[in-house]
Each structure stands twice: as C-alpha cells, then as structure tokens.
Design a binder for this molecule. Structure first.
Ligand SMILES: [Fe+2]
Ligand SMILES: [Fe+2]
Length: 438
C-alpha cells in the first residue's frame, strides 16, 4: 500500500484497461474478424480442393460467432452504439484485412492470411487475455479463449493449404511471398492488431501487387472427382427417375456432395452484400455457408464409406454457373429456390432410408431437413431486405425465385448430347459398382 496518500491504493495489473478502453479493443477485434471472414468467404469459389472449401466455411462461421460475441460485449459495456458502426482510428488496420480479398492468386491469399493476419489476431487475443481482468471482463474471457484456440487451428490449416497450393503452382511462389511481405509490412506500419492504442494511421490505398477481386465466373473444382457441369442424369433428362432403393441412397449422397455449389454461393453473397446489409446478414450467411459445407461433407463421407472413389463420382457446377455474370441477388435466389423446392421431399426420404436400415442416410437427411427449414427463413427474409434497400417492392422476392428457375432451365438446355451420354455412362458405372458391393 502506498504510504504517501490518504487513500487505499494498490497498483494492480487487473485495472490496466478501464471499461471504455476495453470496449475500444473489442471493437477493433470485431472489425478485424468481420473483414477477415468477408475476404475468406469471397475466395471459396476460386479454391479447388473440397477440403479447403468446407474448412473455410467452418472458419468463416467461427469468425462470425466470435465477431458476434465481441459485438454483443461492446454493447454490454455501454459503448455508444453509433460508434460501434464506425471503424474510427482502426480504419487503416481494418483496410488490410479487407485488402486480402484482392490477393493476386489463391496461394497469395492463403499465405498472407495464414502467415500474417491469423497470427496477428492469435497473438492479440493472447495478449488481451493476459492483460485484461478475468473478474470484470469474465464474459469476454470465455469466448475469446475459444477464439484463441480456433485461431491456432486456422493458422495451421492455412499454412498447410498455402504449401499445397504453392507446390501445385510453383511459378506463383515469388509473387505470393512478395504479397505476403507487403501485407506484413503494411500491418507493421499501422502498429499491428495488438492491444495498444489505435495509431490513427491513414489508410494507404491498395496493397502493392493487389488484383481487384471479381466473383469467379466458374467455380474451381477438386480434380480428384469426375468433372462435369450436370452431376446426375435426371438433371438433364426428365425421363430419368430420382429413383428408389439403392439408387435413391446414391442419388441423395450425390446431391449432398454437390451442395458444394451452395457453399460457394453462400460465400459469394456473404461478401457481396456485407457492406449493404446489416451485421445480422453476415452472421446468418456465415452460418448458412457453414451448414452447406456440412451437407456437402455428409454426402462425401457416405460415398467414400460405401467404397466409391472420387474419380468415379460426378462433381458438377451447373447451379453456380446458371447465375454466373448475373447480379449476385440471383445466387441468393438460387439458394432460396432449391431449398424451398426440395425441402418437402426430405422427411419422406429420411423415412425410406429408415425402412432400408440405412441409418446414416436417414440421420444426415434428418439433420439436413432441420438446417434447410432455417435456411428457407433466411432466404425469404434477406431477399426482402435486399429489395427494400434497393428501393424495390419486398414482395418481389418470389419474382427473384422465378427468375432463378428460368436461369437454371435455360442453362440446363445447353447440355450437349455428348455431355448427357458421358454422364449417363458415369452414373451407370457408379450404380453398377455400388450394386456389386451391396
Ligand atoms: Fe444444404
Ligand atoms: Fe441450405
């Protein structure tokens, strides 16, 4: 205790940050997570390996959950809500997290996020947890400890993916390293993420070597699978039945795997509308994108467990490509169209799988049905909100859905006779192989 004061004084580290200082730091973390996840979402279609697409979707959801908890906590700390909508003095820092969306290549994106941005967040969360008060700020400690462990997992995944991407495209290594260095330099110029005061640096414009992001016209596909546009004969030939028995088991797993398009659509629309719709949009669409990645994995795991090889399994692109070059509202519309079209079949199919004794298909379909029920609500709500901010009639959401149906049928009509014949051969071979194994 201090001897030269009339008061009870004991310097304690836990009083390092006052309430408003704490809110300022958490607000900074919120904006970093927000911009990071928007950049990650935008890259999903451009990166080919299925495992990266599905894991990116999960990481985006983790970031969205962390950002949501941060945002709530800042409100709880009675930080003026009007200030929560502004990046303020952290603007130059947040610009860097936004800037990796304009990475020049997929290895450059993976490397800069994995080697610079994720470690910066990781170390800042660690410093925050060490420097803050677990009594006064206990609620933050719980979710930020979880975020810290998630960041460690994300870092190691991104590092492996970057190495994989570089080993496949060695000619991109020099550029990717230069880009990563540029991101690291810019971050150090603004003082890092950290737990110090905001540097109030001015945003310095685009990073050297950046390439303005454009929504990919075609989604990259994992080369392990049989590449195609249309992934099952009934898509292009209405006389082909969806099937029953073993054919239904296979068809349903193929559908689930091919929900890869929905992960990509989710990522694109999350990013496209991030700045025009409120935070809830990002929070909902991150969850939506993650759910689609779980549906995709459900199909993959079932097909592989049945002894089928990726090279024999069709992985298509047609739904994403049906909306290619269109306003991204139609990718949102595609999700809404397919979800509302298919949801009514799901309980009946789960029942059939139950009758076959195929518990895993039943289990997956039943969980999928619950997710899709939630998604149909997202689709309708956000289509309406988007129309409202565009000054259009929100009731026109059904017209967006109808236009999507038209876009898909126009695109399906471009299937060539050769394409249909090849697809029937591959689907037939898959069914024959499955029948031999059963
Ligand atoms: Fe789905
Ligand atoms: Fe869905």
């Amino acid at each position: 205790m201090s001897q030269d004061s009339a008061f009870l004084l004991s310097p304690q580290p836990r009083a390092r940050w006052m309430r408003v200082d704490t809110a300022q730091l958490l607000k900074r973390f919120f904006f970093c997570e927000r911009s990071l996840l928007v950049s990650e979402a935008a890259w999903i279609p451009a990166i080919a390996p299925l495992e990266i697409k599905t894991s990116l979707a999960r990481f985006i959801w983790q970031s969205a959950e962390t950002a949501h908890a941060l945002r709530d906590r800042v409100f709880e700390l009675r930080f003026p809500s009007r200030l929560l909508e502004e990046e303020g003095a952290d603007h130059a820092l947040i610009e860097i997290f936004r800037g990796v969306k304009d990475s020049p290549s997929d290895p450059a994106f993976l490397l800069s996020v994995g080697k610079v941005l994720l470690p910066a967040l990781h170390d800042s969360y660690q410093a925050y947890l060490e420097g803050s008060d677990s009594i006064a700020d206990g609620p933050t400690h719980r979710f930020l400890s979880l975020a810290l462990s998630e960041k460690a997992e994300q870092m190691s995944a991104f590092e492996q993916w970057a190495e994989l991407a570089l080993s496949r495209n060695p000619e991109l290594r020099a550029d990717a390293l230069a880009w990563t260095k540029a991101v690291a330099n810019r971050l150090s110029d603004v003082g890092g993420v950290g737990v110090g005061p905001s540097p109030s640096a001015d945003a310095a414009g685009p990073l050297p070597g950046s390439k303005t992001y454009a929504i990919p016209a075609r989604p990259a596909r994992d080369p392990r699978f049989w590449p195609c546009r249309f992934y099952w004969p009934d898509v292009v030939d209405p006389t082909c039945p969806y099937g029953e028995g073993m054919q239904l088991q296979l068809r349903s797993a193929i559908s689930h795997l091919n929900e890869v398009w929905a992960i990509e659509a989710g990522g694109v629309i999350l990013s496209a509308f991030a700045d025009s719709l409120p935070w809830e949009w990002i929070h909902n669409s991150a969850r939506w994108t993650y759910d689609e990645s779980r549906h995709c994995r459900m199909g993959y795991e079932r097909l592989i467990a049945w002894g089928l090889e990726p090279a024999e399994i069709p992985l298509g692109t047609y739904i994403y490509e049906s909306a290619s070059g269109e306003d991204p509202i139609f990718l949102l519309g595609m999700l809404y169209f397919f979800e509302t079209k298919n949801i009514r079949h799901k309980p009946a199919r789960a029942q059939l799988f139950h009758a076959y004794g195929d518990t895993v298909s039943e289990h997956d379909m039943d969980f999928d049905w619950a997710d899709e029920t939630m998604h149909a609500g997202y689709g309708k709500h956000w289509l309406k909100e988007l129309l409202v901010i565009r000054g259009q009639d929100p009731a026109a959401y059904d017209q967006v859905r109808e236009r999507c149906e038209q876009l898909v049928s126009d695109y399906v009509s471009t299937a060539t006779a050769q394409e249909v014949a090849d697809l029937k051969k591959v689907a037939g071979a898959l069914m024959t192989k499955a029948a031999r194994r059963s």
